[in-house]
Design a protein around this ligand. Structure first.
Ligand SMILES: NC(=O)c1ccc[n+]([C@@H]2O[C@H](COP(=O)([O-])OP(=O)(O)OC[C@H]3O[C@@H](n4cnc5c(N)ncnc54)[C@H](OP(=O)(O)O)[C@@H]3O)[C@@H](O)[C@H]2O)c1
Length: 301
């Protein structure tokens, strides 16, 4: 039997165990991937800790919203992909921290893109493209982005700038230069951020890719909740703000389009480092403690 990082319960990183699991079978329209690399997202940490129990997990769940590897088997009805093809996948039902993962949404990986970049792309790219689409920001409009230095924010900045949207990016001091390099106007996040944004002019829409705690400022700056979207703030409904969740058709072709940009050297990703997949508990510990200011991508030999 292959191995995976199994979640043996909700709790600290130690609930993650490298264990034998049944080989997953691809259903209709699905492929099975022999995984080379899998991204860790902040949502994985929140799920493991039990902060998102509204999103129930089965016993022995395997975390991971994204994984890159080679196609190992294809289910009924799959066309255009066959065994051995390099791909990266968005795993809406999780399962990335594993030697084999089953996917319904994937795109091909060009040779020029590394396994690590391929594994870091799907979840953040889908979220960035989806929220920009939902906000319907037009060329010439001003978008305020909270979390512009994060995995989603870095991609959202570049997609928006390419559409001639003016981006004001609320970031920490360490990400100001990055935001500027990507074409945004940085403002320092934290107390007083609303005043710093107002000093730059009016805001048409707000994308909260920061996590939590920015919605009061977001709604005030946008003049109401109508064009404010958050990816993860559980207080969204209290502010009348849309909480955007992934769905198969909310960002059509997001993976294809961002993978093409990556292959052409036209898309930068948030910096990432690697750890062997078996060390997923240690990776979660390091991310939670904040001692790494990078993403961690889990790798298999
Ligand atoms: N709903 C979905 O489908 C979906 C998909 C992907 C991600 N998410 C969620 O979206 C959020 C962002 O994901 P991610 O992968 O981009 O996370 P990430 O890489 O950790 O980025 C989060 C960024 O927010 C910044 N930040 C923290 N507090 C802030 C504040 N008050 N104002 C502005 N920025 C602030 C952080 O800066 P520092 O480094 O300075 O702390 C960091 O750069 C996470 O909560 C994640 O769980 C949801």
């Amino acid at each position: 039997m292959p191995n995976a990082v199994v979640m043996t319960g909700y709790g600290p990183p130690e609930v993650l165990k490298w264990a034998a699991v049944p080989l997953p079978e691809p259903g209709p329209g699905q492929i099975r991937i022999k995984v080379e690399a899998a991204g860790i997202s902040p949502t994985d940490l929140a799920l493991r800790a039990g902060y998102l129990k509204a999103f129930p997990l089965p016993p022995d769940a395997v975390l991971g919203f994204e994984a890159a590897g080679t196609v190992d088997a294809a289910g009924p009805g799959v066309t255009g992909t066959s065994a051995g093809d390099p791909v990266t996948a968005l795993l809406l039902s999780l399962g990335g921290y594993a030697e084999y993962a089953v996917a319904s949404i994937w795109t091909g990986k060009p040779k020029s893109v590394s396994w690590l970049d391929a594994a870091a792309l799907p979840s953040s790219a889908e979220a960035a493209a989806r929220v920009l689409r939902q906000l319907n920001v037009k060329p010439g409009e001003t978008l305020l982005l909270f979390g512009g230095g994060g995995s989603v924010g870095v991609i959202a900045t570049q997609l928006a700038v390419a559409r001639r949207i003016k981006v004001i990016s609320a970031v920490g001091e360490h990400d100001e230069a990055l935001a500027r390099e990507l074409g945004a106007t940085p403002v320092r996040y934290g107390p007083g951020v609303a005043g710093r944004v107002r000093a730059l002019g009016a805001v048409d829409a707000v994308f909260d890719a920061a996590g939590t705690g920015v919605l009061a400022d977001a709604v005030a700056l946008a003049g109401g909740p109508g064009r404010v979207i958050t990816l993860s703030d559980p207080a969204a409904a209290d502010f009348g703000v849309t909480l955007s969740e992934a769905a198969p058709d909310r960002a059509p072709r997001a993976l294809e389009e961002t993978m093409a940009l990556l292959a052409d050297g036209k898309l930068r990703l948030r910096a990432h480092t690697t750890m062997p997949m078996q060390q997923a508990p240690e990776a979660h510990r390091q991310l939670e403690s904040g001692i790494v200011h990078q993403r961690i991508i889990l790798t298999l030999p």
